[in-house]
Design a protein around this ligand. Structure first.
Ligand code: ADP
Ligand code: AIR
Length: 270
């Protein structure tokens, strides 16, 4: 009886051991053990895993690129590594400027630890220059610079194709209160000012970008910047040549897709 119990206990322990991994982050410190087997969420570009801290998630950047709501899809070696690195540089810079974000710490080449949030179902888009869906919807030539930045909201719902909404829709859909919309808009414009200057130092023109905000699981009254900021979510044009250095290269089949991401990363690292 004793023997069987021991064997059973060993089997259970070894199963648990193979499912959990205690890792070390970039600084060689312990990070919370993660259940490495099953992500709690797998999206188009990232996977989320729980950690031993219920308020912290591990965010893994995948190598896949998608466009047109996942209709076009392809894997690119090193894409996850580059997007993780770019997000980390930008989030650290923004934190340094006083912007509250979900970033906890760097783990390894494709993983970040982030504060768990409840994502507000809003895609917050800031535009400095006409491009993409703005040019298509409004018939305005790509490259037309706006007098002041435009902030717009989409309702984050793939099944509905992320429809364009305003703050009245956001309120009635329970996505954000009027006060929260005003706060998010103010933060988005502040982030735009900071990012524009930061990218300009890397000889990149920030045309537009999409960001997401979430309510902290530890205190839902606190709204922080979440998700990623990468060439998947920004349009970036080379200042001198006007060359597109972002996901439009994939969307439009322009080639040199990963080469552009590598160039963006190397300029931001300088
Ligand atoms: P999608 O869900 O659009 O396919 P991703 O592949 O990028 O996108 O998946 C990442 C998911 O994680 C997104 O749905 C994003 O809203 C969500 N997310 C981002 N940051 C956090 C966070 N700190 N806590 C919880 N969820 C987050
Ligand atoms: N974006 C919007 N949804 C997903 C993403 N990544 C980003 C685009 C672009 C900006 O939001 O990458 O930088 C505006 O996109 P669009 O298609 O509305 O012109």
């Amino acid at each position: 009886m004793f023997l069987i119990d021991k064997k059973l206990q060993f089997a259970v322990e070894s199963r648990v051991d193979t499912r959990r991994c205690v890792g070390y982050n970039a600084a060689g410190k312990n990070f919370p053990p993660t259940n490495a087997m099953e992500p709690i969420y797998e999206g188009k570009a990232k996977r989320l895993y729980t950690t031993d801290d219920p308020n912290v998630l591990r965010m893994e950047y995948k190598d896949s690129a998608t466009a047109f709501n996942g209709v076009k899809k392809e894997d690119f070696e090193n894409k996850g590594r580059m997007n993780k690195a770019i997000t980390l540089i930008i989030y650290r810079m923004l934190e340094g400027k006083g912007v509250k974000t979900h970033l906890v710490e760097d783990l390894d080449d494709i993983n970040l630890l982030v504060k768990k949030v409840s994502i507000m179902p809003l895609e917050v888009i800031v535009r400095n220059v006409a491009a993409g869906s703005f040019s298509k919807r409004m018939g305005v030539k790509e490259g037309t610079t706006f007098g002041k930045p435009i902030v717009e909201f989409s309702y984050k719902d793939d099944a509905l194709n992320d429809p364009f909404i305003n703050d009245d829709y956001a309120r009635e859909m329970g996505a954000a209160t009027e006060e929260e919309c005003a706060y998010i808009k103010k933060m988005a414009l502040l982030i735009n000012d900071t990012l524009k200057e930061f990218f300009l130092e890397a000889n990149l023109r920030l045309i537009d970008f999409k960001i997401e905000f979430g309510r902290l699981s530890t205190d839902p009254s606190q709204i922080v910047l979440a998700d990623e900021i990468t060439p998947d979510t920004c349009r970036l044009w080379d200042v001198e040549t006007g060359k597109k250095m972002d996901k439009d290269r994939f969307r439009q089949g322009l080639g040199e897709f990963m080469e552009s991401y590598a160039e963006v990363l190397s300029r931001l690292q300088k």
